[in-house]
Design a protein around this ligand. Structure first.
Ligand SMILES: *[C@@H]1O[C@H](CO)[C@@H](O)[C@H](O)[C@H]1NC(C)=O
Ligand SMILES: *[C@@H]1O[C@H](CO)[C@@H](O)[C@H](O)[C@H]1NC(C)=O
Ligand SMILES: *[C@@H]1O[C@H](CO)[C@@H](O)[C@H](O)[C@H]1NC(C)=O
Ligand SMILES: *[C@@H]1O[C@H](CO)[C@@H](O)[C@H](O)[C@H]1NC(C)=O
Length: 409
């Protein structure tokens, strides 16, 4: 507790030091959490213009476009290993023979938006050129190509630790502002120095930790299981550990500037359908950006149905932009989690069974701190089942399942 207070004080000082840093990006671009797909979990660095064009077609075929996903993001590996002789970023000419401008044109003609990846250090994580010292020039290049989203990573810059993340990521924000194009900006600095206290002043989204793993529970890596941990950069946290970290962070969610729990692992690894539903329900209700991380070509239709569930997506895109919070008094630690939150015209209650066997849950609405009295209309969103007008829930929750109740008048 004492350590946490000290750490909070340090972040507060960091925020103050940074107040002087100029204008903010327009929050219009991210009034609700950003939705899209990224190449990293699907392809690593092994992708090219045809695999991206195929992904665009699958956005349409799988109903992702209609469901609201709009960004098609190229992660590390799109660029050449060196800048042009004049010092400009350039695409790998073997994998993107027509360049990024042509790809942007193709993606825009399909009603979608293009994202690219860069790094605040000298190199990206895969040793392509980073933007340190080239911020203005690179932002200008992105604007000329018609890029709509910029994921900015923390390799080959963190190691040097010459400038603080606030300076490195802030310099790129200033450069994006100068570029004159509206570009969504993802601050991917892995949760160091607790960006929920300052990342919203810089980017439209900020990652809360190192890379997620495709495990649902019981990860083997992941040095930090909670948010205020000095090793938050360590990768390998499971879906449920990311949820655990959000107990401490969800209060900071603000329209325009979203804490990002990392890419959705639905379609990856070996999660059961209930686990995939839990994953999606929590990312949605915690107001994380929804960035799909799987190869759409091999996505099972049951997983596609989860990713396109309109009722769950509507929670994520609710105009109030308020994230659910963990309700300790209604939960049983390490067993049954209850998370609650407000949406326009009602409330959301998530009931998650984190045991490997079914459990019974009994919840009275009057213990949840809502401004409601008597009975309300209740619908469970995964089943679509209408429970009628009630004032409590008593039900079985299957192993690793999350029931999502919407309460309204
Ligand atoms: C693009 O990548 C795919 C999948 O790896 C491969 O089959 C295809 O030949 C590549 N196309 C080009 C033009 O390199
Ligand atoms: C372009 O990508 C290919 C395939 O990944 C790789 O072998 C090559 O080294 C890259 N070329 C440059 C100039 O970066
Ligand atoms: C996860 O670890 C806990 C504690 O060691 C164990 O009881 C549980 O069975 C494990 N769950 C899975 C799915 O491996
Ligand atoms: C995937 O999960 C199923 C069901 O839990 C299990 O039977 C199977 O062994 C798992 N496969 C792998 C590769 O972990």
């Amino acid at each position: 507790m004492l350590l946490q207070k000290k750490v909070n004080a340090i972040s507060a000082i960091t925020v103050l030091l940074h107040m002087s840093s100029s204008q903010a990006l327009s929050s219009e671009l991210a009034k609700t959490p950003l939705m899209g797909w990224s190449s990293w979990n699907a392809f690593g660095t092994n992708f090219n213009s045809s695999s991206i064009e195929r992904t665009v077609q699958l956005f349409h075929d799988l109903g992702l476009t209609q469901a609201g996903y709009e960004y098609v993001n190229l992660d590390d590996g799109w660029s050449a290993y060196s800048r042009t002789v004049d010092g400009y970023l350039q695409a790998n000419e073997t994998t993107f023979p027509n360049g990024i401008g042509a790809l942007a044109h193709y993606i825009h003609a399909n009603g979608l938006k293009l994202g690219l990846y860069g790094d605040s250090g000298v190199y990206t994580c895969e040793f392509h050129p980073g933007s340190s010292g080239y911020e203005k020039r690179d932002a200008q290049t992105l604007a000329e190509w018609g890029v709509d989203y910029w994921k900015y990573d923390n390799c080959g810059g963190f190691a040097a630790m010459v400038d603080s993340p606030q300076i490195r990521f802030g310099d790129m924000k200033d450069a994006l502002l100068l570029s004159g194009r509206d570009i969504a900006y993802e601050v991917c600095e892995w949760g160091y120095q607790f960006p929920w206290h300052w990342g919203g002043d810089i980017g439209h989204s900020y990652r809360i930790g190192g890379d997620i793993t495709d495990k649902f529970i019981n990860e083997t890596g992941c040095a930090c299981k909670t948010a205020y941990c000095l090793d938050t950069g360590y990768a390998g946290c499971s879906v449920t550990t990311m949820m655990r970290k959000m107990r401490e962070i969800s209060q900071y969610q603000t329209p325009g500037h979203w804490a990002y729990m990392d890419m959705l692992q639905i379609g990856n690894g070996n999660m059961t359908l209930y686990q995939q539903q839990t994953h999606f329900a929590f990312w949605a209700a915690l107001k994380s950006p929804l960035i799909i991380g799987t190869n759409l070509e091999t996505l099972p239709s049951a997983s596609a149905a989860i990713l396109t569930n309109a009722d769950i997506i509507a929670i994520n895109q609710d105009p109030l932009g308020l994230a659910v919070h963990y309700m300790q008094g209604a939960s049983i630690e390490n067993s049954l989690q209850v998370w609650v939150g407000e949406i326009e015209g009602g409330y959301i209650v998530l009931v998650f069974n984190e045991k490997s066997y079914p459990q019974h849950a009994s919840i009275s609405f009057n213990q949840l701190g809502f401004d409601i009295q008597g009975n309300v209309n209740v619908k469970e969103l995964w089943s679509g089942h209408n429970w009628g007008r009630i004032n409590s829930i008593s039900t079985t929750v299957e192993s690793y399942q999350t029931l999502v109740f919407k309460l309204g008048h």
